[in-house]
Structures are given as structure tokens and as C-alpha cells.
Design a protein around this ligand. Structure first.
Ligand SMILES: [Zn+2]
Length: 380
């Protein structure tokens, strides 16, 4: 059938004028064409409609941690392939491709850093790495991050971006739900706050474990948050689902999320929330200080033992800090002092009315929540 083929070259298709790759991006929601650099400056939030594009773990680390403060740990752990699993592709190949594509070893990065001057432990998932799926390594890295938070008494932040458990590791991936949840129980016992940040998407095994166990759960606008996907649910219950089903706003209305925060304000909000937890501790030194009012800076003992993390680096705070530390017995509390910084900020800062009211009952809030924790998990 020679005549089916074009033997001699005919008209050549006009070559498109090539735009430099990735210079412009079309918004998935409103269709506006956005200039990439401007979008980057805007933390990947559409300037037209506020749509939140997905960010990778490196971008989130840069967004949340104070500049230059983030130090990754356990970076080298990578998945084995215990089941020698193969679906349309070998699991080993999938892993290799994901590593090559992302430059990461796994779907989460963990590390220490400061956020608004407050030392924290961060675990940030990366959806690009096999859908942010949770296999044994993700579970292990998060567990170790929790251990680190307990050891150093730093508040823990976990940012979720995950499609669920990693099928290719079978039951081993499912075990990570129990493992991380149990570790978080230890964290709660140690009295260390855990803030969970939900981004698009937070689904499956993560939703069924650590993502929903935060003392405070913050979500990005429009993020998909759920266990099973809408299609599965629809088929199962045989009904149409309400509009906005399983989006952050819907989930918040139903009590699973505490607040929805625009990414451009995420850091300030987290800083303020951390201040709530750290705040009460800070007050004690104040009282102590009011009695003795003695020393100034002698005791900037970052090594006061238990809470090296909390003392932090506020500069203007030197005075209150030090005075707090004067009361020797109150070594720990002294450290609490730095927290004053965030607290003060929040009072002065952005969200005045809400903040104050919430602030009034800072201790209560986490406490109340903890009691709730089991619920979401089991309900899911
Ligand atoms: Zn848009």
C-alpha cells in the first residue's frame, strides 16, 4: 500500500514559535495565563483566582524554614523492594525514576530548622515522588523525625502531600500508619506540640494516620483531603456527592480541619500558632522574674538541658530571657521566655481578634484536641 505513505516530503508543518519552556503557565482553575516568575514570587498562588499550585518539598522548606536554617537529616534512607514487586513497571524501576526526576531519595524530607525564630522539626512530603505515597521509608523517616522532636523538645510540623499508602510495598506500607500514630502518641505524652499542614492532596494512608492527628490542623485552600476518592465513594453509596466534597473548605465545615490558610500567609500563621503553645511557658519566667528581677544576661544557657530548642534566638528578647533564667530552678521555664517573641508578634500582628480569643485559652486548645484525636482516625 505504497500510496498510504508519503514518499516525498510534502508541506512541512509550521514549526511553532518556541517559547522558552515554562515561561508561562495556565491556571488550572481560572484559565488565566500567568507569568512564571511572577507566579514563583507569589508562592505559586494564582494572582487571578487564588488557586494554589502544588509545590515540592524543597519549595515548602524554603517557604517555612527561616532562611538558611533548614538542615536535613536521614536524607540517605531509601526504599528496598522487599516484595520484588512488579505491576506495569518494576517497583525498583519506579523508585529509580522517581529519584532521578526529583533528586530525592524518598517522598518525604525531614530536618531541623527555625520558623520565625522558633526551633522546630519539619517533615515535608513531596507529591512528585510516586505520588507522595507512604512506604516503609516515609514511615520510618517521619517516625525518626518524631523521635528527634521528643529528644530536642522542638515542636513538630508535618506537611502532607500524599496520595496514600504505597501499594508496591503491600502490608509494609500499611504498617506505617500504626507506627507513625504510635510515635505521635509518645510525642503527645511528652507534651510537645504537633502542627499538621494539609496540602493538595492529602489522601489515603496519611489521612488515616498522622495527618489527622495534629494538635492543630491547617489546610491550604482547595486542597483535596479525604480517605477514598470521590469516584469510589460515589460508586459505593450510589449517590451524587455534594459540591466541593472533600475539598479543604468542605472538610473544615465537617470538623476535620481547624483552619484554612492562604499559602502566602502560612508561615506567619504557623508562627502564631507555635506562639500559642510556647506562650504559656513563657509566662512562668515572667512571674519568676518579677520577684528577683536580678540578672541580666549571664544565663543565656542554651544548654540548660531539656529544651535547647525552645530558647531560640530572639535578639530583642535578650532581657526577658535572661531575667527568666535567673530563677535557677526554672531552667526550663527560662527557655520558655523566648517564646514571648512569637506571642508578642501575634498580638501585635495580623489576625488580631481571632488570635486573642484563641490565645486566651492556649493550653486548653491542644488539650481538648488531644482527646479528640482518636476520633478522626477511627472515623476515617
Ligand atoms: Zn487562577
Amino acid at each position: 500500500m505504497e500510496w498510504f505513505k508519503r514518499v516525498t516530503p510534502g508541506l512541512e508543518a509550521q514549526t511553532k514559535k518556541e517559547l522558552p519552556d515554562g515561561l508561562w503557565i495556565k491556571c488550572d482553575r481560572c484559565g488565566q495565563i500567568l507569568y512564571k516568575k511572577e507566579l514563583d514570587r507569589n508562592q505559586l498562588v494564582c494572582t487571578g483566582c487564588g488557586f494554589h499550585f502544588r509545590m515540592d518539598s524543597g519549595q515548602y522548606a524554603a517557604l517555612l524554614a527561616d532562611e538558611g536554617s533548614f538542615e536535613e537529616f536521614n536524607a540517605a534512607i531509601s526504599s528496598a523492594d522487599p516484595l520484588n514487586f512488579k505491576d506495569s513497571k518494576k517497583y525498583a524501576d519506579r523508585l529509580r525514576d522517581a529519584m532521578a526526576k526529583t533528586g530525592l531519595k524518598e517522598a518525604v524530607i525531614t530536618g531541623e530548622g527555625t520558623l520565625g525564630g522558633i526551633p522546630v522539626v519539619l517533615a515535608i512530603m513531596d507529591f512528585r515522588f510516586i505520588g507522595g505515597s507512604m512506604g516503609s521509608v516515609v514511615g520510618e523517616k517521619i517516625s525518626r523525625a518524631i523521635d528527634r522532636a521528643i529528644e530536642t523538645r522542638r515542636p513538630l510540623l508535618i506537611l502532607s502531600a500524599s496520595g496514600g499508602a504505597r501499594m508496591q510495598e503491600g502490608a509494609l506500607s500499611l504498617m506505617q500508619m500504626a507506627k507513625t500514630s504510635a510515635k505521635l502518641a509518645l510525642l503527645a505524652e511528652a507534651g510537645i506540640p504537633f502542627l499538621s499542614i494539609l496540602t493538595d492532596p492529602t489522601a489515603g494512608g496519611t489521612t488515616a494516620s498522622f495527618s489527622m492527628l495534629g494538635d492543630v490542623i491547617v489546610a491550604e485552600p482547595g486542597a483535596f483531603i479525604g480517605f477514598a476518592g470521590p469516584r469510589v465513594i460515589k460508586q459505593t453509596i450510589g449517590q451524587d456527592l455534594p459540591e466541593g466534597f472533600q475539598r479543604a473548605e468542605f472538610v473544615q465545615d465537617h470538623g476535620f480541619v481547624d483552619m484554612i490558610v492562604d499559602r502566602r500567609e502560612l508561615k506567619q500563621h504557623l508562627e502564631r500558632i507555635l506562639g500559642w503553645f510556647v506562650g504559656p511557658v513563657r509566662k512562668k519566667p515572667r512571674r519568676a522574674a518579677s520577684k528577683p528581677k536580678i540578672k541580666a544576661e549571664s544565663g543565656l544557657d542554651t544548654d540548660s538541658g531539656l529544651e535547647p530548642a525552645l530558647p531560640a534566638q530572639a535578639e530583642g528578647e535578650a532581657a526577658p530571657l535572661a531575667s527568666a533564667e535567673t530563677s535557677p530552678a526554672a531552667g526550663k521555664k527560662a527557655q520558655a521566655a523566648p517564646k514571648r517573641k512569637p506571642a508578642a508578634k501575634s498580638a501585635a500582628g495580623a489576625g488580631p481578634s481571632t488570635v486573642k480569643s484563641t490565645k486566651a485559652a492556649p493550653k486548653r486548645k491542644p488539650a481538648a484536641k488531644k482527646s479528640n484525636h482518636p476520633k478522626p482516625a477511627s472515623e476515617v
